[in-house]
Design a protein around this ligand. Structure first.
Ligand code: BGP
Length: 473
């Protein structure tokens, strides 16, 4: 049963929707630069225009109102506020978010603000290597404080960092996001700085918005063993420590998991701890865990995997070149589950598992900050989009949340990814997630017209019935 004030929401991120990349004093972000380099993104698409939320936010927010959305999660572009990352504040950048926030509030939609969703000011990357320098901690807290001061009377829910595990993993291990390197030591260092920035930001938040709520959003794919072979179970445990608890433990307990510390030592790496860091980490604990859930992940023992390599047609992600990971676990397909058009497993039970594990380990409320299905959609000649597959995906996940609540989890809200179709970092505009179809593709921005999909009406009814009526019309 969902609480009366359950936040039925939807989510987005600045670079994926705004466009207006060079307008009104905005400085470049690392994503503005990265997406311009040929070969980095699907068909070399960028978020330069994206879905032009910068100019169309009023139209979009009216659609949210029509749907009955209770909350909208969006991120603020750091380089709109501080074009150089630090120093002079760009008032015009703040004015844009003033308008967005005021329009949401006028329409009874709770703004959930993400402070950082990957679009680091390029100036900071150039100046000192971005997250690799400890200087980022001070600059990030300064940026966040500007937002807290400006919106303390309007915004109650804040998300510090979006998916630190993904942007550091894809940026510093898998060469898929900026700065496109593969180096485990640099990965550890950037993460340590991000942990400090997260914790210090939360400490500052307590002083400025004492009654608000804040937490990070974490991309959690609960780890399953491939088989009941005990060494596969150990491999899944290893993966859980290295791919999930590493982040969630530091956020929620203020300390690194023992297993991770052991592995860091064993493989000859180090965490750049400075005096006082322990204290910083334990003094900035969140009010909730933000959970971005798309899929579970399955692992097996690397030795067993090597022995039977030929038999596995579906092994995914085994191109990994991260030695420390490769020796501890191998990611593999889960033969019990169907996959999306992009090969992501569809596993609503995994959401229940994720909610249960977070609750057991951290005993915190959870705000589901992302969940959704990326799929190809077809715009019919009459302007309709029949996305029953998306409705089915969301329906099963809402049911899983309901069950997890029955299990004892405290869930504050559910943000689908996404309200509108938007720019998918590495998949251009073909991978659609929204309730609102945006008529653009990789080749042309067309008119960026908005069309309501069948799922728009379905979610409207879910919200109206507070999660009780999940039927299709
Ligand atoms: C999350 C990100 C989002 C969004 C989503 C879907 O990791 O926080 O920004 O992009 O995943 O991912 P994709 O666009 O790769 O399908």
């Amino acid at each position: 049963m969902f609480k009366k004030d359950f936040l039925w929401g939807s989510a987005s991120a600045a670079y994926q929707i705004e466009g207006g990349a060079n307008l009104d004093g905005k400085g470049p972000s690392i994503w503005d630069q990265y997406s311009k380099v040929p070969g980095n993104t699907f068909k070399d698409t960028t978020g330069e225009v994206a879905i032009d939320f910068y100019h169309k936010f009023e139209e979009d927010i009216l659609l949210m109102k029509e749907q009955g959305l209770k909350a909208y999660r969006f991120s603020i572009s750091w380089s709109r506020i501080l074009p150089n990352g630090s120093g002079e504040v760009n008032e015009k950048g703040l004015e844009f978010y003033d308008k967005v926030i005021d329009t949401l509030i006028t329409n009874d939609i709770e703004p959930l603000v993400t402070i950082y969703h990957w679009d680091l000011p390029a100036a900071l990357q150039e100046k000192y290597g971005g997250w690799e320098s400890r200087q980022i901690v001070e600059d990030f807290v300064n940026y966040a404080t500007i937002l807290f001061e400006r919106y303390k009377d309007k915004v109650q829910y804040w998300i510090t960092l979006n998916e630190q595990n993904i942007y550091t993993g894809l940026g510093y291990l898998y060469e898929l996001h900026p700065p496109k390197v593969s180096d485990y030591q640099r990965f550890i260092t950037t993460n340590h700085h991000a942990f400090l920035a997260n914790a210090l930001t939360i400490s500052e938040f307590r002083k400025i918005i004492p009654n608000g709520q804040i937490g990070p959003s974490f991309a959690y794919g609960p780890e399953y063993p491939k088989s009941n072979h005990p060494t596969d179970v150990i491999a899944a445990e290893n993966a859980a420590e290295m791919l999930s608890y590493l982040w969630m433990d530091v956020y929620c307990k203020g300390k690194y998991p023992r297993y991770f510390l052991k592995m860091v030592e064993k493989y000859g790496y180090y965490i750049p701890f400075a005096p006082g860091d322990d204290q910083i980490l334990t003094s900035g604990l969140p009010d909730f865990m933000g959970l971005n859930y798309y899929q579970s992940a399955t692992f097996q023992n690397p030795e067993r995997e090597r022995a039977s390599e030929q038999q596995h047609e579906n092994t995914v992600n085994n191109q990994s070149t991260v030695k420390i990971h490769d020796e501890l676990f191998t990611r593999t397909a889960n033969n019990q589950l169907a996959v999306t058009d992009w090969g992501w497993t569809i596993d609503p039970n995994g959401l229940r598992v994720a909610l249960r594990r977070i609750t057991s380990r951290y005993d915190l409320p959870i705000l589901i900050t992302e969940n959704g299905l990326g799929a190809y959609d077809n715009l019919e000649v009459d302007g309709s989009i029949h996305d029953e597959y998306r409705i089915e995906y969301l329906r099963q996940h809402v049911k899983a949340i309901d069950l997890a609540i029955e299990d004892g989890c405290e869930v504050l809200g559910y943000c689908t990814w996404s309200f509108q179709d938007l720019f998918s970092w590495l998949n251009g505009y073909a991978k659609r997630y929204g309730f609102i179809y945006i008529d653009r593709d990789e080749e042309s921005e067309k008119e960026l017209k908005r069309y309501k999909k069948d799922s728009f009406y379905w979610y409207k009814q879910v919200i109206e019935s507070n999660g009780q009526n999940l039927d299709s019309k």
